[in-house]
Design a protein around this ligand. Structure first.
Ligand SMILES: Cc1ncc(COP(=O)(O)O)c(C=O)c1O
Length: 364
């Protein structure tokens, strides 16, 4: 039997770096804050697993009231189902024969939904599901302005529904609609009103499809930045917020009611000159495609350069010594978690638990 990991009970200052950390109390407050928002509302939370890819954290989200998980990838959904989750939605298109076969097999073990935006998607999934003897729930993705995947709202969406309902081994389960183009609008009222107008396109499409005699069981979409605006729009059923639970530097500007729980513990490894410090993390340890990380407790220190694989150079640094520990706050929690295999969960600067990130690197 494997013994207890030696790192449990260690002070953060004794850990090797870089290491992904989660502040347990902050994470629990984020879980409670979101759960209390949805407690007495008609809509439900279906958190996006892509944020952390960690089964333990997903279980906590379900325990806090979430109705199921949203995934970006089929492989993420497979991880969740392997670990006993019974209801997963892949909010993206699953294309290619091997994948549709995997999807169909997965649907034998759990309630599985997937987004589609053309008849070819539905035909391929229907064929695979008929061969596997399963039923896959299809959500017609409507492009409400993001310009990524999705059929146009209104008649084009209705026409697709008319085509797919005739197919065997699939069930038309509703609409997928994500207002991702508005997530980063900083001004909250403007974000809310623009997101509501966008999501209203999905709600109107729902009415059109229902008036043509097809039940639309659900509209699923929204984000951590719009949970309280589009998430309460009548006709929207499921909110796919992800980042609220870990948070990151970018999201803190958008929804400050949630706390930054995630950080990357790093060390100063060199002081080559009086103003310069070199840190032991680069793009292989902290997702930075939304911008450079912040440094906790040093809001005025900027990282001017963050392109190296394993290094980060700071040109104007305070009086840090070689070995000094820092908490980097990533700008993008989702890509950061995907770079790590485990999260060290800490309480009062002591490692309390270590959670594997089971779906890290699962891209198919
Ligand atoms: C389909 C979909 N739903 C919801 C979200 C929202 O996730 P988050 O709350 O982390 O922004 C995303 C983010 O990319 C997404 O792609």
């Amino acid at each position: 039997m494997a013994g207890i990991d030696q790192r449990i009970g260690m002070k953060l200052s004794d850990l090797e770096t870089p290491t992904l950390l989660l502040d347990k109390a902050a994470c629990e407050r984020n879980l409670a804050c979101m759960a209390s928002f949805f407690k007495d509302r008609p809509s439900n939370l279906r958190p996006h697993f892509k944020n952390h890819k960690c089964v333990t954290l997903a279980r906590k989200q379900i325990a806090a009231g979430a109705v199921g998980m949203t995934c970006a990838k089929l492989a993420e959904a497979e991880v969740l189902v392997e670990h006993g989750f019974g209801d997963v939605l892949i909010a993206n298109q699953v294309v290619g024969e091997i994948k549709t076969q995997r999807l169909a097999r997965l649907a034998k073990k759990a309630r599985v939904g997937v987004a589609i935006d053309c008849l070819e998607h539905a035909v391929a999934i229907s064929k695979a599901a008929a061969e596997a003897g399963s039923t896959v729930n299809l959500l017609v993705e409507v492009d409400i302005g993001m310009g990524r995947c999705g059929v146009q709202p209104g008649e084009p969406a209705l026409n697709l529904v008319r085509d797919i309902v005739k197919l065997p081994n699939i069930c038309f389960a509703g609409l997928q609609a994500y207002e991702g183009h508005l997530v980063n609008v900083l001004e909250r009222e403007e974000r809310a009103s623009r997101a509501k107008s966008a999501m209203q396109l999905a709600v109107e499409t729902r009415k059109l499809i229902e008036s043509a005699g097809h039940k639309v069981a659900c509209i699923s979409g929204c984000s951590s930045a719009t949970y309280d605006s589009t998430g309460v729009l009548p006709g929207v059923d499921e909110i796919q917020a992800g980042t609220y639970v870990t948070m990151d530097k970018q999201y803190k500007k958008l929804v400050p009611e949630f706390e930054i729980a995630l950080s990357v513990l790093v060390r100063v490894i060199s002081r080559p000159s009086v103003h310069k410090a070199v840190i032991d993390v680069g793009v292989k340890g902290a997702g930075c495609e939304f911008g450079l990380p912040g440094i906790r407790d040093f809001p005025d220190v900027e990282i001017p350069f963050f392109l190296a694989e394993e290094h980060c150079v700071i040109n104007q640094c305070p009086d840090w010594k070689v070995g000094q520990l820092l908490h980097f706050i990533p700008t993008h929690a989702c890509t950061t978690c995907n770079l790590h295999r485990e999260i060290l969960v800490h309480e009062n600067d002591i490692v309390a638990e270590i959670w594997p990130i089971e779906a890290s690197g699962k891209l198919t």
